[in-house]
Write a protein that binds this ligand. Structure first.
Ligand SMILES: [Zn+2]
Length: 209
């Protein structure tokens, strides 16, 4: 298995590349920026991209998705409840102060309970609204790995003050969907350091009491 996670772009979104050395297939999660670097890495590793999975439609997570699709032919997956945010790309770009990336509607939705990913490394979609209305986390059950987007961070949770944000919903999502996972589950958040479910359950100040 190839698993690489690296921050991309101005806002340093963690982009994750998961590849299968046997089938030479890969998925990329949240290619927010630096598409040539991501594409170059896929080429170096000799991997064919099968899916582009987006945890939510904020510009720093989805900004490079269409370009990566154009380079590889891989379909884009995004939860349908984030379509309104996708349509606000110009406004999002002005928040950050960057050029507006070209976007297109996703090829497929990421619905709660669906299985995506690779044959040998499947992921279950956990619908976790709150940071945005269409936020999802991807749970690679056999790998004990969670890609959390901007729902859960090491020592923090996603902001809920942007359009579509809902503080109560994010707490409910985390408590009912994420803290129920095995404590040893490794969490790769949308920004910053990795953590585990057990550690956040014990220490995250937003999740106590
Ligand atoms: Zn976000």
């Amino acid at each position: 298995m190839i698993l690489e996670s690296f921050p991309v772009g101005l806002l340093q979104c963690n982009c994750t590349l998961l590849g299968d050395e046997q089938t030479h297939e890969a998925i990329v999660i949240d290619p927010g920026e630096e598409v040539s670097r991501i594409h170059g890495r896929l080429t170096e590793l000799g991997l064919k991209l099968k899916q582009i999975l987006i945890t939510h439609a904020h510009i720093d997570h989805i900004g490079g998705a269409l370009r990566l699709k154009q380079l590889t032919g891989a379909p884009i997956f995004l939860n349908e409840n984030d379509l309104p945010l996708l349509k606000m790309m110009e406004e999002q770009a002005s928040w950050v102060g960057v050029d507006t990336p070209e976007t297109a509607p996703p090829d497929s939705s990421l619905t709660d309970g669906a299985t995506v990913g690779l044959e040998h490394y499947p992921a279950q979609v956990l619908y976790t609204p709150g940071h945005t209305q269409g936020s999802v986390c991807l749970h690679f059950v056999p790998l004990k790995l969670l890609i959390a987007g901007d729902t859960l961070f090491a020592g923090s949770i996603g902001r809920t003050d942007l359009p579509g944000g809902d503080f109560r919903k994010i707490l409910t999502s985390i408590h009912t969907k994420l803290l129920e996972l095995p404590e040893e589950t490794i969490v790769i958040p949308g920004h910053g350091e990795n953590t585990t479910i057990g550690r956040e359950k014990e220490r995250n100040p937003f999740l106590q009491g």
